[in-house]
Ligand binder design. Structure first.
Ligand SMILES: Cc1cc2nc3c(=O)[nH]c(=O)nc-3n(C[C@H](O)[C@H](O)[C@H](O)COP(=O)(O)O)c2cc1C
Length: 364
């Protein structure tokens, strides 16, 4: 591959991270991202990302060891920035509805909401102790002492922005790069700068507007499924892309069969953005849980309370192979998903990008 295959603007980030291709596999918490997936993407010249958001420091430590046994290439670990939660009482209407659904799937609702047995600081400790080269985060900005420590250790730090204001805040906080998460994206929205109403900016307008306002590299994320999407993102000024849904159907991912089928059978219009599953806005394939709960959209308690409340329902539904009460996270491009290995996907993405640029008359 010639040295000018990728546009010049991608070089800074590729060199900073040490990746050949400006393709980042998004961290996807909740089970689908295995150490095998992360290592396969990094071995193929992209950057694999491991999601530690829901995991204890020991679990993060053991995943990092597994990744290191499979690759000597750089990879990222991702965490959720902790946020203040208003622990108001869950409305009786929500509890009644959840109780009915739990009865139908044979699940028991939790009696009390227990706090996690570990802190963000401890999770970050596992990342730092293992000298992870790239750290990404979502849902806010870590405390300045944590940002300082990451910088001191020369970790490449990627924060998630869903609007220009958040992108500027992330640069000011010392991030090495900003992931611009468009509203097409699968999974949770990383929004943090807006109380109540939050920005729903698609990646097409979001990326160039953040590129124009920050001096660090910008990573375009949301709805990118093939090389055409990568060409579009780089044309908008992005230094790389971060793709989640496209990697969900890779053979190394651990996606339960009902979710995989839902992705395969999805259409452009199959996803909804809702907070009924976890209390935080997230995009996934519409199913009966959404239909039953959507009337209570404004009433469900904030994340993480709703997440704890619905977890037994989602787990029971998954155990029964029933897609109707699981969270089927997916972006708006899910219908373009392909079943292959991660290495095959990266190879296809690179050659499709080359074809897309050639069609435009470029020099790839
Ligand atoms: C199943 C799933 C889980 C996700 N979990 C995380 C996560 O733990 N941390 C994070 O920063 N982003 C997470 N995301 C969001 C991705 O980083 C990214 O914004 C999104 O996948 C991009 O949109 P796409 O899925 O259309 O490619 C998740 C996305 C999906 C689909």
């Amino acid at each position: 591959m010639s040295s000018d295959f990728w546009p010049a603007q991608t070089k800074k980030l590729r060199d900073m991270i040490g990746m050949e291709h400006p393709i980042i596999q998004a961290p996807m918490a909740g089970g689908p991202t295995t150490p095998e997936l992360v290592a396969a993407v990094s071995n193929a010249g992209g950057l694999g990302s491991y999601p530690g958001g829901y995991l204890s420091p020991d679990e993060i430590d053991s995943a990092i060891r597994k990744i290191r046994a499979l690759t000597d290439k750089p990879f990222a670990v991702n965490l959720f920035t902790p946020e203040k939660t208003l622990r108001r009482k869950t409305p009786a209407k929500v509890m009644k509805k959840l109780g009915e659904i739990a009865g139908e799937v044979g699940a028991e609702l939790p009696r009390e909401i227990a706090a996690e047995g570990f802190s963000f600081e401890e999770q970050l400790g596992a990342v730092l102790d293992n000298n992870v080269p790239v750290f990404s985060f979502t849902f806010g900005i870590p405390k300045s002492k944590h940002m300082k420590e990451l910088r001191r250790r020369k970790v490449t730090v990627i924060g998630t922005a869903t609007c220009v204001a958040e992108g500027v805040m992330l640069e000011e906080a010392g991030c090495s790069a900003v992931a611009a998460q468009g509203s097409e994206a699968g999974g949770h929205r990383g929004s943090f700068a807006h109380a109540g109403e939050f920005p729903l900016v698609g990646s097409m307008p979001l990326t160039p507007q953040i590129v124009d306002k920050v001096s660090v590299p910008v990573i375009c994320s949301g709805g990118i499924m093939d090389g055409r999407g990568i060409a579009a993102a780089l044309a908008l000024g992005a230094s790389a892309v971060q793709m989640g849904t496209a990697f969900l159907t890779c053979e190394e991912a651990a996606v339960p069969a009902p979710w995989l089928d839902a992705l395969r059978n999805s259409l452009d219009s199959s996803t909804v953005l809702t907070r009924v599953y976890t209390g935080k806005y997230a995009r996934g394939i519409r199913n009966r849980f959404y239909d039953e709960m959507s009337g209570l959209e404004g009433k469900v308690p904030a994340y993480p309370v709703q997440n704890y409340l619905t977890r037994p329902i989602r787990n029971a539904s998954r155990a029964k192979g029933n897609p109707e009460f699981m969270s089927l996270w997916a972006g708006q491009g899910s219908a373009m998903s392909r079943r292959c290995t991660a290495a095959e996907l990266v190879t296809m993405l690179v050659s499709e990008y080359g074809e897309a640029v050639a069609r435009l008359g470029g020099g790839a």
